[in-house]
Ligand binder design. Sequence first.
Ligand SMILES: [Zn+2]
Length: 452
Amino acid sequence: MLDFLLTNAHIIDPVSGADFNGSLSVKEGKIDGLFPANNALPSAKEIIDAEGGILVPGFVDIHSHSENSVPCAEKLLAMGVTTAVSGNCGYSTSNFERFIAKFDKEGYPVNQLEQIGHSILRRMAGQNDINAPASNRQIEVMKRSAVDSFSLGACGLSFGLEYDPGASTEEIVELSKVAADTGRFISVHGRLLPTDDLDCLREALDLALLTGAPVIYSHLAYMHNGETLKEALKIISEYREKNAPVWVDSGMYTAFSTIAGSPGFDEEIFLNDESELKRLRAATGKYVGQVLDREKYIEMRSSSPHEHLIYDPGNPEDVFVAYSLPDVMVSTDCLEYPAGQGHPQGAATYPYFFRSLVKERQQLSLPEAVRRCTLLPAQVAGLDTKGRLSCGMDADLVVLDWENLREHAEFPDKGDPDAPPSGVKHVFVNGVLSIQNEKRVSGANAGFSIKR
Ligand SMILES: [Zn+2]
């Protein structure tokens, strides 16, 4: 007997290109059948009426930091994310055995993958100086730790080169070769060199040519702006024309948030250029929402380097330029902040993506927009049963109320960064109803770790 039938849906499957009205059946956490309207339906224990909503695979967030935060994972779920890839920007768990056991014992709001982070590998090898390269001996230790992490289920290798500016080309390439040899992808948060410098992009993309491993260039619209972004798109296209396996993810904002102590918020830039200082707002802490003056900047850098700052380069239109590149995947870069503080990306990204790029600007068709949130990131992450609506696939499903779909989260100076979206009506994780009529189903933690 089927677990449930989801009826009266507008079904979009990014694999087949199917776009039809009908029903979908689920049995034991898997999609069991698809039925065009007017076909006879099998009997099921439960019938859920989608009321004409758009039924798509659950979203796969290719760049998140949700792995240690139930509130963060629940915000993703409320947007329709059912699988999150974490361990990004060089930072991850160092103990995959314990990490995976915890997910599989307790469950989680979403399915969760984890990369091993390069910065963590450096610390494990005893390199605690972010400005120094790893020694040959440390590189050997890092390579062994990476192999161990992959054998325990790490899905990829992440770099956060902004945070470890001393990392040498040699250590980056040597570790990337280990990822390539074990069939893992690499994600790169580049060095934030002066923003008009694109060497940090080439350094990342070259890893694909040098090692053959798929490279994901992280959060594109956070990395480059204006003319430099356009130049970046040309460079990425050139690598792709050479058949280099390079991929890109981007959020929906140009204003990014990171810790006040980050080397990117360097005194030499921000104390010598008033216009740069004016771009900084506190994302968390006692000055939350405020534009920083010199005193507050100096205080946050020295006394609260772990609080977050938002840097706003302007150019919000650049997001749409970034998505003009074929195959840019949608990502949140979500992170846990204190309630009511932080960046709205973790609660707004997906509904904002659909509202702006599909509904209002018509820059992407609905099936193409769905593909960029589902099938494409699933393929890049090597997930064969996610991001698809066909028989035998995992029943990670989202029903969207298209008319009402929109984000409500705002930057803390304008509103509530945690405000949930409207129009994400039902979300199923592995066949378990986890959001029902836009409300969290309490106790539904059907996600688990996905090992590669
Ligand atoms: Zn990052």
